[in-house]
Every structure is written in C-alpha cells, then in structure tokens.
Design a protein around this ligand. Structure first.
Ligand SMILES: NC(=O)C1=CN([C@@H]2O[C@H](COP(=O)(O)OP(=O)(O)OC[C@H]3O[C@@H](n4cnc5c(N)ncnc54)[C@H](OP(=O)(O)O)[C@@H]3O)[C@@H](O)[C@H]2O)C=CC1
Ligand SMILES: CC(=O)[C@@H](O)[C@H](O)COP(=O)(O)O
Ligand SMILES: [Mn+2]
Length: 381
C-alpha cells in the first residue's frame, strides 16, 4: 500500500491521479491533499477519499472548511499548508501536480523527509533543478517523472546504461496554432489558444503548448532529470502525440514509447514503477487504424519561446528561474485578457535580456529572482 500526499488534487493531473487511486484501493490511499480555490471539488474529494489532512490556497476558504468539517480532519492553508501536505508524516509518496514554482519549497522539504516524489510540476525543476536534484541525491530519494515525454524517456532508459545515450528526442504536437504562421498569431484569442489538438490539460500548460514554451520547459526538465547536456536534447514536431518521446543510442538505435494521449498512463507508471498495473479504461493504440505518423523539423523563429528556453537553459544559474517566472506572469496576463498572445514571448525576452545571471544560486536567491521577475513583468503590462 502506498500512502499518498497529492499536491494540486483539484487540477487536471490531480483529478486523473485520483482516478488511479479510486480504481486501485488495495494499492493506494490518499492521506493528504492540497487544493487551490476550487472548494466544491475539495469537499467532494474529502467526502469520497476521507483523507487525514487537507490544505487550501486561501485563509478565507480554510475558515469556511474548518467550520464545515468541525475538527474531523486536519486543515491548513497557503504556502505553509502546501509544505505541510508534502511532508505529511503518514504519507510515503508525494504526487506533485500543483501549478508553478510555488511547488519548489514543498518538494525540497518532502525530499528531506525522504518521500518518493512523482513529479508533474515541471516549473519546480525549471526554476531550481540543481537544488532539487542535489537534494534528491543527498537523501537518496527517487524522483519519478509524470510528464508524458519524461515518462517516455524514463521507460526507454530501463535496462540501459546512461553512458550509451547519444541524444534525447522530445516530441512536440505544435499546440493549438501549429498550422498558423507567426503573422497569423497577431489576433488569436484565449479561447482559440485553449483548444489543444490532442490533450485535455489545465489552462496554463495549454497556453505553454501553444507558444511552445511547454517544450522549452520540458527540455530543461529533461536536462535535470536525466543529467544530459542541452546539445544532446532535441525536439521534433509530431502532430499526433502518439510517440511520447525517444532515446537515441551511440549505435544509432532509437527507442520510443508510444500510446494514445492519456496522462493516466504516465501518472500510474510513476506510482507503480518498476511494476505496472492494468488500466482498463485507457484506449488501446491501433497503429494500423492510424496509418501514418508525421514528423517535422522545429522552426525556432516560428516557435520563438523554444529558442529562448534553450538559451536560458544553456546559460544556467538564475536564467531558467527568470524564464519560468516571466512565463508564469505573462501567461496569467494573457489568460486574464491583459496582453496579446505575441506579447508573451516579448515579455519573456525582455526579462531575460535585462537579467545578469548568477551562477549556483541558493534557495533565497532563487526566490528573490522569481519575485523580482514577476514584478518586472507586471510593471510592463
Ligand atoms: N495537465 C497535464 O496533462 C499535464 C500537466 N503537467 C504539469 O502538471 C502541473 C499541473 O498541471 P495541470 O494539472 O494541467 O494544472 P491545473 O491548472 O489543472 O491544476 C493546478 C492545480 O494546482 C492548484 N493550484 C494552482 N495554483 C496554486 C497555488 N498558488 N497554491 C496552491 N494550489 C494551487 C489548483 O487548484 P484549484 O484548481 O483548486 O484552484 C489545481 O489543483 C503543471 O506544472 C503542468 O505543467 C505536466 C504534464 C501534463
Ligand atoms: C501531456 C503532456 O505531457 C503535455 O506536456 C503535452 O506534451 C503537451 O503537448 P505539446 O507541448 O507537445 O503540445
Ligand atoms: Mn509533456
């Protein structure tokens, strides 16, 4: 039995994780979870899973729940509450499915408590991958990828020696606007941007997918998870999202992991690794029915955010922290209707250009750079 703390239970990854827990009561028990502002779903999760601990984002929601639940469950709130969820004493496994770099500190604390970490929250690895990987190594904690591309690479690497890797090849669907030219992006709407061709996901990652920043964040995530230099991490456009990613070896052999686009597969694998469980509701892949798969070279001028991410990742130090914070602030502004789609890359590029990189930043420096970058982006909007 795995006892689970779930960060971001009310989100897209969070609710799919709950599906897996629901369908495998002998294997998994939800001990603690965090939510953001969705109180209705929070109540439903408490009622169905009867956890011991819950945390919400805001104090006012905490007060409401506290009155309703009358001492039957431990409740907390805010960033402290997220960390309390992550380090909850009766949990051995943390699924980090919260959104954004707010997930960094809880992850570091959970690692110190020697919890196994299933990580979907890529912003945490982009913001301070060096701190997370160092903490995981020092505490001998497993960091299991949930992101579909990284799960694919992780699966391809089973039984392989990392010294034989030639390159990692991440696949990119191209997102909502993949068939538009850059000029055609001038007047696109939030509603259009939220219409991903293959995946049903939270709003922020769907916009990241449309700008191709999602793949940029994933390149940096892969660099940290698999300890591979940036010049050995490639991206290829693949519109069907059937091949989730590949590993090329020195002898020119390439291994790929395939499947229909369903995040429950990588979530479940992170929870059962090195074993597997059945997932009866997952649609089986029928290649004969699909007939053709398509691949295309990445165009770095068209998908400018991917270029920015490679540059920030290669510069290292605090540069990826700036990339992530500027992107989080710009995407929120786009979703709120305050800026246009093409202003997202502009704001990120401005933030990167003015930043003097600091090498080997500690947690306090990371937090300060993250905060200062968000303030800078807000000052430009
Ligand atoms: N969705 C997907 O298929 C994939 C997602 N990922 C990554 O997983 C992470 C989660 O993505 P996704 O599930 O799509 O996102 P969602 O927006 O659907 O869910 C985010 C979750 O985090 C909570 N949350 C948001 N902000 C805060 C905050 N400041 N404090 C506390 N809780 C907060 C939300 O609460 P509430 O809704 O209650 O407000 C919700 O539970 C991201 O890092 C994303 O990049 C990676 C691969 C695939
Ligand atoms: C499901 C998942 O892992 C997402 O990160 C997905 O990969 C987004 O697709 P694209 O970024 O390739 O459009
Ligand atoms: Mn992904």
């Amino acid at each position: 039995m795995k006892n689970i703390s779930l960060l971001g239970a009310t989100g897209s990854i969070g609710t799919q994780t709950l599906d897996i827990i629901r369908n495998n009561p002998e294997q998994f028990k939800l001990k603690a979870f965090s939510a953001g502002r969705n109180l209705d779903l929070t109540r439903k999760i408490i009622s169905e899973f009867q956890p011991e601990f819950v945390s919400v984002q805001k104090k006012e929601d905490y007060e409401i729940l506290k009155a309703e639940l009358a001492g039957n469950i431990n409740i907390s709130y805010g960033e402290d509450g997220l960390t309390e969820t992550a380090v909850y004493a009766h949990s051995d496994t943390v699924v980090n499915a919260v959104l954004g770099s707010v997930g960094l500190y809880p992850t570091l604390q959970a690692i110190k408590e020697r919890k196994t970490i299933a990580i979907a929250n890529k912003e945490t690895l982009v913001t301070a991958g060096h701190l997370v990987m160092q903490a995981a190594k020092e505490n001998q904690v497993a960091l299991l990828p949930v992101d579909s591309e990284h799960s694919a690479i992780f699966q391809c690497l089973q039984g392989e020696n990392e010294k034989n890797i030639e390159s990692l090849i991440l696949t990119a669907s191209g997102g909502s606007f993949r068939d538009k030219t850059r000029a055609e992006l001038t007047n696109v709407t939030v509603k259009e941007a939220l219409n991903h061709p293959n995946w049903s996901m939270g709003a922020k990652i769907t916009i990241d997918s449309a700008t191709m920043m999602n793949k940029g964040l994933e390149v940096i995530e892969a660099h940290w998870l698999f300890n591979i230099p940036f010049d050995k991490i490639k991206v290829v456009q693949h519109r069907e999202s059937i091949i989730h990613s590949m590993v090329e070896f020195h002898d020119s052999s390439i291994k790929a992991q395939l499947g229909t686009p369903d995040m429950r597969v990588p979530i479940q694998y992170a929870l059962t690794y090195p074993d597997r469980l059945e997932l009866p509701s997952a649609e089986k892949l029928n290649l004969a029915q699909i007939g053709k798969l398509h691949f295309k070279e990445m165009d770095f001028d068209r998908f400018y955010c991917l270029k920015l991410a490679y540059e920030a990742g290669s510069a290292g130090g605090t540069m990826p922290t700036v990339l992530n914070a500027a992107n989080e602030a710009a995407v929120t502004a786009f979703l709120d209707g305050k800026i246009t789609f093409l202003q997202i890359d502009e704001l990120i590029e401005n933030s990167l250009e003015r930043h003097n990189v600091m090498k080997h930043p500690d947690l306090e420096t990371i937090k300060a750079v993250d905060k200062e970058t968000r303030e800078y982006v807000h000052s430009l909007i």
